[in-house]
Design a binder for this molecule. Structure first.
Ligand SMILES: *Cc1c(COP(=O)(O)O)cnc(C)c1O
Length: 473
């Protein structure tokens, strides 16, 4: 392909992209393909000779697209959003064209400095302490792994990096029973042992019980364990519960424990001043992560990780082989030392585009709208005699279920809701997913796609009610 052909194809594809996003509502939200259906349509060996972009693009439309679940459909109400927006897509296109590899400042000075600036902007936008420092990670899972490894190194005086584990550490890590599975994964990877991750009970709103946390810590210390890290969550994945950060931070300070705050989805709500109460006491914490790639209209991947003190992070990850030595070291941020990855994408560009093109007010407006739509949906559920809301809904997620009159058996209610979920997603008109809260099979309505409006929410609700009526108990 030469530049002229690239130009021609790129114009065609941009037109396709705009059409796709404009008419996305006509497509079934959740891909309806069966396992292996896509695989079986693809040749088992690569082509020997060049194929035209026309042929390739036709296959993209005919084979790949039916196997796509449309995350950017305003009828996508599943999981947490991974939303994008026009400015973000444009940023990603330029990133692809530049093809920069941003491992150190020297390999892309503008990427490093734009990353520093956009992280400072996010810090100001979310009300984080001004002396904290931020870095873009690929995912919240990686950020949390960085936090747990930093905590491990600080607690072992950086000895595990050097000598490996001895039998003496006996570290313990704490989170609530509602915490995201990425904490379990990070504890496994960090070599701490999953049995040393203690899950603390929650209150009726599914938030961590700080008194129970302190009790377990004290008990562990009496038994010779070394409490090393606590993970608090703003917006748990099942029900968006908010752990009491201020109380947990006080406990962590009292026992000299690293406090990491996971706000992967709900951290975006901090852009609204009315949510800042959630991080009261954060100056006592050590690290915080949230994902602009979830609810801030920025293409996956873009996860913002902030630390109070960058020294433990850098000491944990630093490496300096001869081939990466530079004369600017120490004067600039070499982000390869700020996490697991050496090679890094230029992720700050799309974030910069998003923040500038929306403006802080534009972002606030969208997030507020999503929260209002969730409140509206919750009212519809509450006002229906055969549905109920199952958890508080501080953000844009409503947990609910169907209980038809006269049905009392908990297992049958669970089975019925599982059937209802399947039927809803089969319609292709909306996509929602589930969780379990206190043993109850729970439907989660997540309202966070960039272009979702009241009409989409109302239409989804009508469809849910109709589908429920059609289900045989
Ligand atoms: C989604 C989520 C994560 C994981 O995010 P990734 O960026 O996909 O790793 C972690 N914690 C919480 C609370 C989440 O909701």
């Amino acid at each position: 392909m030469d530049a002229n052909e690239f130009r021609r194809q790129a114009y065609l594809m941009v037109d396709w992209m705009a059409d796709y996003l404009e008419t996305i509502e006509n497509l079934p939200v959740k891909s309806q393909v069966e396992p292996h259906e896509i695989y079986n349509q693809l040749p088992s060996s690569p082509p020997e000779s060049s194929e035209s972009m026309e042929t390739i693009f036709e296959d993209f439309k005919n084979i790949i697209l039916p196997g796509i679940t449309h995350w950017q459909s305003p009828n996508f109400f599943a999981y947490f959003p991974a939303n994008n927006s026009y400015p973000s897509i444009l940023g990603e296109m330029l990133t692809a064209a530049l093809g920069s590899q941003c491992m150190i400042w020297e390999t892309s000075p503008a990427a490093a400095e734009l990353e520093e600036v956009t992280m400072n902007w996010l810090k100001e936008m979310t009300g984080l302490p001004s002396h904290w420092e931020g870095v873009i990670q690929d995912s919240a899972s990686s950020a949390t792994l960085a936090a747990i490894l930093s905590a491990r190194e600080r607690a072992s005086e950086f000895n595990i990096n050097e000598q490996g584990f001895t039998s003496k550490e006996k570290f313990r890590i704490y989170c609530s029973t509602e915490t995201h599975s990425s904490i379990d994964k990070a504890v496994k990877i960090a070599g701490l042992g999953r049995t040393n991750l203690k899950k603390i009970g929650v209150d009726k709103n599914f938030a961590m019980n700080p008194e129970a946390l302190e009790q377990v810590i004290v008990q562990d210390m009496a038994n010779g364990f070394n409490p090393m890290c606590v993970i608090a969550t703003l917006g748990t994945t099942s029900s968006t519960a908010i752990d009491p950060v201020e109380k947990i931070a006080a406990i962590c300070n009292k026992y000299n424990i690293w406090l990491h705050i996971d706000g992967a989805y709900a951290g975006t709500a901090l852009i609204l001043p009315e949510f800042r109460w959630m991080i009261k006491g954060i100056e006592k914490a050590d690290s915080f992560v949230f994902n602009p790639h979830k609810w801030m209209f920025t293409n996956f991947d873009c996860s913002a990780y902030f630390v109070k003190d960058k020294e433990p992070l850098l000491r944990t990850f630093e490496i300096l082989p001869e081939y990466l030595r530079t004369t600017t070291r120490g004067k600039v941020n070499d982000y390869r030392d700020w996490g697991v990855q050496l090679g890094r994408r230029f992720r700050a560009l799309k974030l910069w585009f998003v923040i500038r093109n929306f403006g802080v007010e534009g972002l606030q407006e969208k997030i507020r709208l999503h929260i209002e739509l969730a409140n509206h949906f919750a009212k519809l559920v509450e006002n229906h005699p055969e549905f109920e809301v199952l958890a508080p809904h501080p953000f844009s997620v409503v947990c609910f279920r169907y209980i038809p009159e006269g049905l009392n058996d908990p297992e049958r209610i669970n089975a019925l809701n599982e059937m209802l979920l399947k039927s809803i997603n089969k319609t292709g008109k909306a996509y929602i997913t589930h969780t379990r809260l206190g043993g109850k099979y729970t439907l989660r309505m997540v309202i966070g796609q960039t272009n979702v409006t009241m009409q989409h929410v109302d239409a989804a609700w009508e469809m849910i009610c109709d589908t429920a009526k059609g289900i045989n108990i």
